[in-house]
Ligand binder design. Structure first.
Ligand code: NAP
Length: 328
């Protein structure tokens, strides 16, 4: 794609940051629209239009762009405001959604692109509400843009600047050595997408005739292989003690955030078995190696000195307490 004018709604936290970096690296002319609160001056040579998307996109003044990447739209009413403001002057709308839009996470089939999505319902739990809202956002974009809409449905996103500690926890923990609590069964699948692969796909999609929704995930790998990759990158051998999913449940471990990368929530048994063959076959999605992702995250995490207190995926004390129960 030749140099294009790309508007990024957001762009300064995690996924958007990678989208902006990818677009700039490809020579595109990028404009960010955000409130100027999160990491201001992150891209000092890049235009930032300041505004609150929940209020109005008026500060953009109806300018023309070749494409918009809407990175962090969560509320359909807010996305509707953006779509209405941009439809007349921007031809292509790339929306970052999520695999959480699917109604069924217990089967791989339930998470294929054509599968049933969640309906927005007031009685849904927080996780479903997130997914239902994202599904409603997708519908807003698709209704307004038709073939000009491109929707990325990533699974867990890993990479430098991840505000969660779900992935960075592991190379840091393996590098620290000692006895390590490993969640689930060694054969359990782990699945994610490197934020830079997702970002590159979104930027590439700005100039391609791709349309509709695509699952954006790397192929799953067994948790045991992930641990081996962490050991290979860090150069530290690990003594792993596996705690089965049943054991973790029985000991009250939170099925989402209790142990990083362990998904033990009921109804999510196939969360890490998502098929991305549409994105691979139709759009050439390429996922970098697990080792490359681990190495870059470890480097970033080490440079920042690990997460702030209270942000750890699992604290040393929490892990020690679980190990003590497991080994007693
Ligand atoms: N993390 C995962 O594993 C995962 C998995 C699947 C899908 N996703 C999706 O990935 C996306 C993650 O987004 P991100 O936070 O990394 O995006 P980001 O674009 O890097 O950061 C969020 C941006 O939104 C801006 N913003 C926030 N409120 C705003 C407002 N009212 N008006 C204008 N700008 C506003 C922030 O800047 P200011 O604060 O300065 O305004 C910031 O630049 C989400 O769509 C999420 O659903 C994440």
């Amino acid at each position: 794609m030749s140099a294009a004018k790309i508007l990024v709604l957001g762009g300064t936290r995690f996924v958007g940051r990678a989208v902006v970096a990818s677009a700039l690296a490809r020579g595109h002319q990028v404009t960010l629209f955000n409130r100027g609160l999160t990491n201001p001056n992150l891209f000092p040579d890049t235009e930032v239009v300041t505004g609150d998307r929940t209020v109005s996109l008026e500060p953009l003044g109806g300018r023309h762009f070749d494409a918009v990447v809407d990175v962090a739209g969560y509320d359909p009413a807010v996305v509707e405001l953006s779509v209405k403001a941009l439809a007349a002057t921007v031809d292509r709308y790339v929306y970052v959604s999520t695999l959480s839009v699917y109604a069924d996470h217990d089967t791989a089939a339930g998470q294929r692109e054509g599968a049933r999505l969640l309906d927005p319902r007031p009685d849904t739990g927080p996780e479903d509400r997130y997914g239902a809202n994202k599904a409603a956002c997708e519908a807003v974009v698709t209704t307004a843009y038709g073939n000009g809409a491109l929707i990325a449905r990533p699974g867990l996103i890993a990479g430098p600047h991840d505000p969660t500690d779900r992935f960075a926890y592991w190379p840091r923990r393996v590098a620290a050595g000692g006895t390590i609590l490993a969640p689930g069964d060694p054969a359990d699948p782990v699945q994610y997408i490197d934020v830079r692969d997702l970002a590159g796909w979104c930027v590439e999609g700005c100039g391609q005739p791709w349309r509709g929704a695509y699952n954006i995930v790397a192929p799953p790998l067994p948790m045991a292989d992930f641990m081996v990759a962490c050991q290979a990158v860090t150069g530290v051998g690990a003594k792993l003690v596996w705690a089965s999913g049943d054991w973790l449940h029985a000991h009250g471990v939170d099925p989402w955030m209790g142990v990083p990368l362990w998904v033990g929530a009921p109804g999510w048994s196939a969360a890490n078995q998502v098929d991305a063959s549409q994105a691979v076959g139709h759009t050439g999605l390429v996922a970098r190696s697990t080792e490359a992702t681990i190495a870059d995250i470890w480097e970033w995490d080490t440079a920042r000195g690990g997460p702030a207190p209270g942000q750890e995926g699992l604290t040393a004390q929490g892990e020690a307490a679980l190990l003590a129960q497991l080994e007693s």
